[in-house]
Design a protein around this ligand. Structure first.
Ligand SMILES: [Zn+2]
Length: 191
C-alpha cells in the first residue's frame, strides 16, 4: 500500500515538473514571438479604413438601440446581433475575428453560426465597456470573453476552434502557431 502511494506521489511530482517545464517553454517561446513580430509590422486592417468601409448609418442606429436596451437591463436577441454586424472578408482583417471600428461592429465572414454570434456579442461587450456600462469590469478583454461565453457556450468553443484553425493556416511555422496561440490564450482566457 505504502509503495503504491509512493509511486503515485513520484508520478504526481514528475507530472507537475513536466507541466511547469511546458509552461516555461511556452512563455519563452511567446516572448520570442512578440519580439520578432512587433505591432508596427502587423498587416493593415482595411476594415478600419473609412475609404474601404464607410460608416453605415443604419448599423450605428441599431447599435445605439442595443446600448439603450442593455442600459435598461433588457436581453439582446440573436436577431439583433445579426442585424448590428457588418461582415467582412478575412483578408481585410488579418488575424482578427472581430473588431469595433468607427463605431461599427465588424466580424469576419469566415465565422459561421454560433461562433459568429459569440464574436458579435464579444465586440458588443466592448461597446458596452466603451459606453461606461460595465464599471465593475477590471479586465476588458477577459470580461468580453467570459460574459458572452455564458450566453453562447457552444459558440465560445466553436470560435476557439475556428481561431486555432485560422492561426494554423496563416502561421509560417508550427512554432509560430504554438507560441502565438499561447499568447492569445493568456490574453483572452486567463486572469
Ligand atoms: Zn476583444
Amino acid at each position: 500500500m505504502v509503495k503504491i502511494f509512493r509511486s503515485c506521489f513520484i508520478l504526481l511530482v514528475i507530472l507537475i515538473i513536466l507541466l511547469l517545464a511546458l509552461i516555461i517553454f511556452l512563455e519563452l517561446g511567446s516572448s520570442w514571438y512578440i519580439r520578432s513580430h512587433p505591432s508596427s509590422s502587423a498587416p493593415e486592417i482595411l476594415v478600419c479604413h473609412l475609404d474601404y468601409y464607410p460608416v453605415v448609418e443604419g448599423k450605428l442606429s441599431i447599435l445605439a438601440e442595443l446600448v439603450q436596451k442593455h442600459e435598461n437591463g433588457e436581453r439582446i436577441t440573436k436577431d439583433e446581433l445579426d442585424q448590428v454586424v457588418i461582415l467582412a472578408p478575412q483578408v481585410d482583417m488579418p488575424g482578427l475575428n472581430g473588431i469595433v471600428c468607427n463605431g461599427m461592429i465588424i466580424v469576419s465572414s469566415r465565422l459561421q453560426g454560433s461562433a459568429r454570434l459569440y464574436i458579435i456579442r464579444h465586440e458588443l461587450e466592448h461597446v458596452f465597456q466603451m459606453e461606461g456600462l460595465e464599471p465593475d469590469c477590471q479586465d476588458p478583454e477577459l470580461c468580453a470573453t467570459w460574459v458572452p461565453a455564458r450566453e453562447f457556450p457552444l459558440g465560445f468553443v466553436d470560435a476557439i476552434l475556428s481561431s486555432l484553425r485560422e492561426a494554423y493556416r496563416i502561421s509560417p511555422s508550427f512554432w509560430e502557431f504554438l507560441f502565438s496561440s499561447w499568447y492569445i490564450f493568456k490574453v483572452y482566457l486567463l486572469p
